[in-house]
Design a protein around this ligand. Sequence first.
Ligand code: FAD
Ligand code: N01
Length: 534
Amino acid sequence: MDSVAGEIDAVVVGAGFAGLYALHKLRAQGLSVKVFEAADDVGGTWYWNKYPGARCDVESMHYSYSFDPALEQEWEWTEKYASQPEILAYLRHVADRYDLRRDVVFETRVTRAAYDEAAGRWRVSTDRGHELSARYCVMAVGCLSVPKFPEVPGLDEFTGPWYHTARWPEGGVDLTGQRVGVIGTGSSGIQAIPLLAEQARELTVFQRTPNYSLAAFNRPLDPARVAEIKADYRAVRDADRNSIFGIAVEWPTQSALEVSDDERRAMYEERWNRGHLNGLVQSYTDLIFNEEANETAAEFIREQVRSKVADPETARKLEPRGYPFSTKRPCLDTGYYETFNHEHVHLVDLREEDLVEITATGVRTTAGEYEFDSLVLATGFDAMTGALLAVDITGRDGVTLRDKWRDGPQSYLGIAVSGFPNLFTITGPGSPSVLSNMVVSIEQHVDWISDLVAHMDRHGSAVVEATETAEKEWTAHVREVSEMTLFPKADSYYLGANVPGKARVFMPYVGGVAPYRQKCDSVAEAGYTGFDLR
Ligand code: FAD
Ligand code: N01
């Protein structure tokens, strides 16, 4: 075991985008920091999600750190949307460039963190026997890092190999000539399916909810465009920070219902052709507030599906319906819908037949049994709270986070939890988190926390804790803002709806990255209102 014990300033849990930056930033501030990471390397999401087709859907030039101008100038992204190996290579480069690995303990899971009130410190334990005492505990555990499996029984009975997209084996899997079943058509499934179809002899896709997927128009990056961005990267980053989703798009000025059909269509076509995750939803001011307006965009996307899929019955099943556009996270795809034009690719609509069980030889639905050599589970994650609650966290007065969040997460700014002093959550529930370009949100959180730590040092404060009042008000605000939108109308993971038994609370802050940043800044400028510093 590594010689990690004793007292340090900060423990960081996780070595993805968030944990690596937290380590870099806090260490530069003079703190002694240790990072624990369950994987055997850095990368987080980009370490674990090695399935075919995995790539970002925020443009690479924007889905990257901004903290070091030299890094952003020197790093060369090759594609509009970088692939998983490229993003992982980037994060490895970052780890080496800033000498981060020396403070990361790999293959080690933090199992417990308990606040010792008398000492004002966190006692942190790992599955490999480490016991550490730290002033601060930074939970950089990821919002989408705990895989979710289908609820139906029988996975253990399946005699062939099965793979969850978020635990794809290193080196890949050869499915050539096999009969493959895929469960799940979220972003992971939609990225993997076209590539799985290239290998499989027969590919059967089990779809429960058809997604709104936009064409990515991925391509090699144009060197002239890269040079243009790099020449003015500060302005590009500022624009991202001052946007709604952390990726700058022109602010809409009109309602979708106040323009002519022709004008609206022209707008949607222009936005569609950009191949941009948030461009279409920001065409008009009311797409996310008004169902009638939203339906105009939803129908435009359905038309695209119908134009790509030859068989009308298959197209009908793939058309997204039953919830407004963008209220579940939309996808960006490369050839997803067209994949269903291949004769060996089949779609099973789980709204027409229920998934019953996984059997020794395949999948049984209410309509019968499908036989497979291999199964792919693209069934998503226990999002936002899964990784936090997987750790046994006990705060002041012996209260556990699991108990405190039994009826849903409560947090101040998505960063701090009352009763849990000196513990910070990066992109926790109550922050823009999964509704944003997450690198923008991660950098904002880490910068804000490190400013708070510096403030505490300057003022001789040892302990910071969100007040109950501030937490209640922020949690209510997060809910109220979500209720002004159409977001709660979908059974999404934003709402905890994908995990049976999980409290239904809308978790990310939909107010936007820019207003959120302003709120955090004003809290800091006013001497950290809503926090007790002692
Ligand atoms: P993660 O990258 O999830 O890292 C958390 C790390 O913590 C993991 O390595 C995990 O092993 C470790 N960990 C967790 N619990 C423990 C524990 N108890 N002990 C030790 N280690 C622990 N976001 C975007 O904004 N744009 C995109 O295009 C985009 N694409 C995505 C594609 C995929 C396939 C997925 C799954 C997510 C994507 N996301 C995207 C979201 C993505 O998760 C974030 O952008 C970002 O990578 C999160 O970084 P993180 O460091 O917060 O968390
Ligand atoms: O997970 P998901 P994901 N029976 O939860 C289905 C990021 N990401 O891994 O919708 C049958 O979206 C489930 O059906 P339903 C991004 O933030 C980004 O795909 O619940 N089906 C759904 O179809 C994304 O949003 C990229 O009805 C079951 C699917 O499985 C997030 O990660 C790529 C089922 C799960 O979809 C999660 O994406 C990948 C069951 N029992 C991920 N259980 C980019 O492109 C679940 N499903 C950048």
